[in-house]
Design a protein around this ligand. Sequence first.
Ligand SMILES: [Zn+2]
Length: 467
Amino acid sequence: MAAIYKVEHLHQPDGWLSPGYLHVGDGGIIELVESAPPSDGSGVEPLAGFGIPGLANLHSHAFQRAMSGRTEFVSEAGAEDTFWTWRNFMYDFVLRLTPEQYEAIGAFVYMEMVRHGMTAIGEFHYVHHAPDGKRYANHSEMADRLIAAAGRAGIAMTMLPVLYAHAGVGRPPGDRQRRFIHSGVGDFLSLVEGLRSRKSENANLEVGIALHSLRAVAPAELAEAVEATLAADPKARIHIHVSEQLREVEEIEAGLGARPVQWMLDNTNLNDQWTLIHSTNIDENECRGLAKSGAVAGLCPVTEALLGDGVFPLVDYQRHGGVWGIGTDGHYTTSTAEELRMLECGQRLRDRERNRVASPGSPVTSHSGRRLFDLALEGGRRSLGIATGALTPGMRADLVLLDTGDPILIGHGPDTVLDAWILSGTTNPVRDVMVSGKWIVRDRRHPEEESITAAYKKAIGELNSSL
Ligand SMILES: [Zn+2]
């Protein structure tokens, strides 16, 4: 696998190399980056286009792809249509899912991510059990299905099995949540341990944990799960949904005595191993505290918009030095460009100003597309706990080539190419994708495209006919 690539324009943290020579070792790790060809006359493979790092997508519920487009209507005149009505549909939908469908949907949505330049996924996996709520014979049946799906799609995965125990603060789980619920923290931890043992046979698999939310996990359960996880794997990543909805903020404030992010700041050791998914509805103190903690704000702009969550205070959060990344969550889109565009547009609409994330200084910081992309790379890497998101020595060779001939990139050079991709047009300029040194997409073709798409269509057909 060892190879040297001459990339026409190679993204670097401080600018571009045109060309850049990328030396990739046998293990799929970048060994060297240079601006000159190898002096020993080694063979070099030329790659046209803009070579950028693959993006780590930090938040996914793969099965929700199959629900999108099915909750976009109002049911009663005058009725409030909110996140909570969407959730009722999700509960009913999830009771029908088979392991085969779960895998088929996962493989399709992950393949689509790869085709849009995402090379790693954080899967917030909570459909653990059979439709009757009992364990499958294989405790990790459903998680294994998504790990297999990621393998077929060629994407690296940080599997985040979810602890989910209650319907709300102090309230037992509802019957329709039975597929999500473990009998106790010990039962959950045995699932995590089983998954962790798979890492030795899969270089593209990382395993952390997720706590569903402060609604669904009690403080003592949270503490026990986190402590046991860090004892087994001191570098484990920990994700939690937090402050997505105003009603959730009110419920936590009433039940636990503090707003959700404030509660996390006061009661957990928030640091760079944590990702707080959404963090949408936070006050000034929470914004500052979260930024200073080193935890990642896991933003899911398109899903948050479609669920009516609110607008994350990104400008303030950045002013405090906060780190953030992007998740596609319910997968209304799997496009890096659409997610980052929605994020920037939300800030512009609220502030009635342009270029809200960029800052003067250099072409790397002053261009909105480049700045958004670079910050999302950093947050994704931190959130998923893998060496990705930069084309520098020691990192995985997760390389994406943008096609200079794509209509939206025509005439653009290194300074504006990411602005053009992220903030203009609708074509997808991703031509080739390499994950850990291995080509997955070449000339826009994914090798399993037909079989993955056929299995997805079959799964959707079955699910729709049962609705
Ligand atoms: Zn989520």
